[in-house]
Design a protein around this ligand. Structure first.
Ligand code: AMP
Ligand code: ZN
Length: 465
């Protein structure tokens, strides 16, 4: 079956034709590891996961690389501001290497908890410095780079076309850039590819231009080329990467080996919170751990992401995520209801359902449509093992770990109202403070409200009377 995918470069959805038969090569821009990733970032990696899984479902071998940016991403995505890693190091009183190690570990835990299928290669920018330096030198040799007192800059006026991905006009960028014109730049939209280190920049390497470090954009150009070569199938990232990071990656690749490396550029839309931007000043940035604290499983967030196509904005609200948590448990129950089902479903019907699902995922990853098909099967009145097998197959793409539904449901506190959970917490506190009278009173109050409470070695067990 054909796979159709949208391409930011052509603004069209068209048939995917692999460079190598039955194999797909993908480069994904990974996180900058200077703090905890938020659930918006995680939407980008859930998209990446779905893309890999869809290809695997279609029988493809995946050759997939994701970087971890541990140096050189400045506070402005372009070429001004402080290195995010060094800023975080100052904030936390650590060195940037420890910051990177800590947040890489946190990121890996998050993607595991979301059951994200990991790229074959996950590589740190600082492990690929020689390749980056080599590329910068090539760019300079080819006449696309020049030195200033701050670093090596890319001369965008040397390109046949810039920008190529976004609709940004160079004149608009020039107007914007006028606010802070760097007189050493040949053109306002030129950007740093290699940055000379101020003495206090901890991460720095030897180069023909003294101690220095790579710019964020050159990192991805060099890692893509090193692990996937100069021509690969797909490059992915979030939509914020289109106007600067990816535009500049393409420019660098042209300046170094002469062409855009990826046949297809794919971008995920943003997760919004309560209809607006997630931002520190609004205090509405949530992590996977924040959700867990509120009793929301990471996999419920994954299911929540399937309520919108990856090219549409997705609006996060607590009502929405709570509903997704309940829906996930309903889905698990529906899945389990088919476990010992004796009903015989015709091969024709099963094939048709599978085809509909396959068409949905192959149509630019239409996960909302695919999820709808799975829901219909989970809810079907006719209980059948064949349906369970079909859902197992579909879950190869959803990655919701439905085969372990029983395990998750045994931890499910969904049916216990918040009021009872709060009373149970109060009772525990009372016990801790050795106020056994109060603890017993609360137990009785809970009983009056229709729930039994039992202390077990694994904690408190609450059941409906
Ligand atoms: P960063 O660690 O800032 O480089 O971002 C990691 C990934 O998350 C990138 O692919 C970004 O485009 C993406 N991203 C950042 N914010 C959001 C958001 N609110 N919704 C979806 N993706 C996002
Ligand atoms: Zn990148």
């Amino acid at each position: 079956m054909d796979i159709k995918l949208y391409n930011t470069l052509t603004h069209e959805k068209d048939k995917f034709i692999p460079i190598k038969k039955n194999e797909v090569s993908i480069y994904t821009c990974g996180p900058t590891v200077y703090g905890y990733a938020h659930i918006g970032n995680m939407r980008a990696y859930i998209f990446m996961d779905n893309l890999r899984r869809m290809f695997k479902y279609n029988g493809y071998k995946t050759k997939h690389v994701m970087n971890l940016t541990d140096v050189g991403h400045l506070t402005s995505d372009a070429d001004s501001g402080e290195d995010k890693m060094e800023k975080a190091a100052k904030r936390e009183g650590k060195n940037p290497w420890d910051i990177a190690a800590f947040y890489i570990d946190a990121f890996m835990k998050d993607i595991d908890s979301l059951n994200i299928d990991k790229p074959e290669v996950i590589t740190r920018a600082t492990d690929n410095i020689p390749e980056m330096l080599e590329m910068v030198q090539e760019i300079v040799k080819n006449g696309y780079g020049y030195e200033t007192s701050k670093g090596i800059y890319f001369d965008t006026s040397k390109l046949d076309k810039y920008p190529v991905l976004s609709n940004n006009k160079v004149e608009d960028q020039e107007a914007g850039a006028r606010i802070e014109v760097d007189p050493e730049k040949r053109n306002p939209q030129d950007f740093a590819i290699w940055i000379k280190s101020p003495a206090n920049h901890i991460m720095q390497w030897d180069s023909p231009w003294g101690r220095s470090y790579p710019g964020w954009h050159i990192e991805c150009s060099a890692m893509g080329r090193k692990f996937l070569g100069e021509h690969f199938d797909i490059h992915t990232g979030g939509i914020d990467h289109i106007p600067i990071h990816h535009e500049n990656e393409i420019a660098q690749d042209k300046g170094s080996f002469g062409h855009n490396p990826a046949n297809r550029w794919m971008h995920v839309e943003f997760l919004q919170v309560d209809g607006g931007k997630m931002s520190k000043s609004l205090g509405n940035i949530y992590t996977i751990d924040d959700l867990k604290e509120k009793g929301v499983e990471p996999l419920a967030y994954k299911l929540f992401c399937y309520s919108s196509h990856y090219r549409n904005k997705l609006n996060f609200t607590f009502d929405g995520i709570m509903a997704a948590q309940k829906a996930l448990n309903r889905l698990r129950r529906g899945y389990l209801s088919h476990k010992d089902g004796k009903e015989k479903i015709s091969k024709k019907e099963l094939d048709e359902l599978e085809k509909k699902f396959h068409e949905a995922i192959n149509d630019d990853l239409n996960m909302p449509l695919a999820a709808g098909i799975m829901w219909d099967i989970a809810r079907d009145e006719r209980k059948s093992k064949d349906f369970q097998k079909l859902i197992d197959k579909m879950d190869m793409v959803f990655g919701l770990d439905l085969k372990n539904s029983e395990k998750y449901l045994s931890n499910d506190k969904e049916d216990i109202p918040n009021e009872i959970l709060e009373l149970s917490e109060k009772r525990l506190m009372a016990k801790k403070e050795k106020n056994y009278k109060l603890a017993d009173d609360i137990r009785d109050e809970i009983k009056d409200k229709g729930y039994l409470i039992k202390d077990t070695p694994d904690g408190v067990e609450i059941t409906k009377i």
